[in-house]
Design a protein around this ligand. Structure first.
Ligand code: C2O
Ligand code: CU
Ligand code: CU
Length: 501
């Protein structure tokens, strides 16, 4: 982007960040972000974050949409090195300090197939403990596979190996740090990337495929990622800048009458995405690693933190904007405390013009397994709660009355079981509930039955409400976690340990 073309939003960021970022960014302020030490409590309006500018959306000079580098498996193998470190990024024309895998935000996209083996050496140059989680992947959570109990010290490295079964579900998954206590800080700083598992018999006829990794971020006056305030930690931090593949409001160019497959990842630490693409037709094939029986034509797609959407866009000539609308996910239930930051934002522009293309054959249907028709071998209730005093004098975030303990196993399940879980939320805020390894089929939300097969790895549990899910604990065994995917809540204890054996 040339100097004269810097958008108003960029000026806002640059105005706060300025040239000082080169000197300061990545130094002092980022140490705070990457450290194990909780950030200093700051009054909610005391941080120097840039505020959203209603006029910012009027600029017509966005960057051209780009995607992260793709590392694809060859002959069933993908071997790669990933380094987590402080990096400099250009966001809307301004230089800022972030955290990044291999120097880019998002990190590289890993593209693999069922049956593949991934070997990944993670090098930790963050100055704080980290590790890696392959969110949604149906792989072992033990040993040097997707083991979130692993801790990699600063300056150290770790060799991960992931073996995908021949029956691994196709779809879009993602990777991010998962060290309890700093997961939100590290992800919000820029550590995330996508994993695509190709469909061996892919029958979705599209003109092109795109990956959109959506993540929000906030910068302080020095151009470093803003540390969370005390209220941010309770509500779940939301950034005032929402990026797609690390870009602010990029432009996608397309021809009319074509089908495009968009894989959209919600990599935000806390923000719910309520996506609209007015003027275009969206068909949702499925959420996370699961496919609906039939594509669903929708005006809005809601993605909880951690969710992914597999969407087919049928293009129509004109200019459209991919937007996220405000979403009210509750409050702390305390007098005088702020509400969850439920701001909307423009994410990307879609510019469709030129000669009309061919939409191609009809979208395929599929026949997903329906656990509602199978015998349940066990039932349990899991209760999410907030209140009282937690670590460091903040609010406590618990599951079944307890905060996370690395060494305690909270739930034991026999391998092969099919369980029905009722996840109860006694708090005044929504919690997106995530279980590693084994997908959950949503059966009921707040008493209303879900009338289709809807399996996913993050499910909504509304404030004061409940969700009922069914889970098949088959194929893979081991010890791993379930937690709220508002990562500030997870870091403050809203996580438990499950062992399937
Ligand atoms: Cu996306 Cu346990 O995490
Ligand atoms: Cu996960
Ligand atoms: Cu939560």
């Amino acid at each position: 982007m040339a100097e004269g073309e810097v958008s108003r939003r960029a000026v806002l960021i640059a105005g706060a960040a300025g040239a000082a970022v080169v000197a300061i960014g990545g130094g002092l302020a980022l140490w705070n972000l990457a450290s194990d030490r909780p950030a200093e409590p700051v009054p909610p309006d005391g941080d120097a974050a840039t505020s959203p500018d209603p006029d910012a959306a009027d600029t017509r000079d966005g960057e051209t949409f780009r995607e992260p580098e793709v590392l694809a498996s060859v002959d069933g193998r993908l071997d790669l090195d990933l380094a987590a470190a402080v990096a400099t990024a250009t966001v809307a024309g301004a230089e800022v300090g972030v955290l990044a895998y291999n120097g880019t935000m998002p990190g590289p996209t890993l593209r693999v197939r069922p049956g593949d083996r991934i070997t990944l050496r993670l090098r930790n140059d963050l100055g704080a403990v980290t590790n890696l989680h392959t969110h949604g992947m149906v792989v072992s959570p033990e040993g040097n596979s997707d083991n979130v109990f692993t801790m990699i010290d600063p300056g150290g490295s770790f060799d991960y190996e992931y073996r995908l079964g021949d029956d691994h579900p196709p779809g879009v998954f993602w990777y991010h740090p998962h060290h309890h206590g700093t997961t939100a800080d590290q992800l919000f700083g820029g550590l995330y990337g996508a994993i695509i598992v190709e469909d061996a018999a892919d029958t979705v006829p599209v003109a092109r495929e795109r990956l959109l990794v959506v993540a929000d971020i906030r910068f302080d006056a020095s151009g470093a990622v803003a540390p969370a305030t005390r209220f941010d930690r309770m509500l779940g931090r939301e950034g005032d800048v929402v990026l797609v593949n690390g870009q602010a409001l990029p432009t996608l160019v397309a021809s009319p009458g074509e089908r495009e497959r968009w894989r959209i990842v919600n990599a935000c630490a806390s923000r719910y995405l309520r996506l609209r693409l007015d003027g275009q037709r969206m068909s949702l094939l499925g959420i996370d690693g699961s496919r609906y029986a039939e594509p669903r034509e929708l005006d809005e797609v809601v993605l909880l933190p951690g969710n992914r959407a597999d969407v087919v866009v049928t293009t129509a000539a004109g200019e459209s904007v991919l937007r996220t609308l405000p979403f009210d996910r509750g409050s702390m239930g305390m007098m005088g405390a702020p509400l969850s930051a439920a701001q909307g934002a423009d994410l990307a522009r879609l510019s469709v013009s030129g000669a009309a293309g061919e939409p191609g054959a009809a979208l395929p249907s599929s026949s997903p397994r329906d656990l509602r028709t199978e015998e349940v071998t066990g039932r349990r209730t899991v209760t999410l709660a907030m209140g009282g005093m937690g670590m460091g004098g903040g609010m406590a975030f618990t599951i079944d009355g307890r905060g996370f303990d690395h060494d305690r196993t909270d739930i034991e399940v026999a391998s092969g079981a099919i369980e029905e879980w009722t996840i109860v939320n006694t708090s005044t805020m929504d919690h997106p509930f995530h279980l590693h390894v084994w997908p959950m089929q949503l059966v009921e939300i707040d008493g209303a039955p879900v009338d289709r097969v809807d399996a996913r790895d993050v499910v909504p549990v509304p404030a004061g409400g409940r969700a009922v899910v069914r889970i098949a604990f088959e194929g893979i065994a081991g010890r791993t976690v379930y937690h709220c995917h508002i990562l500030d809540h997870e870091d403050q204890g809203m996580m438990g340990v499950i062992r399937v054996a």
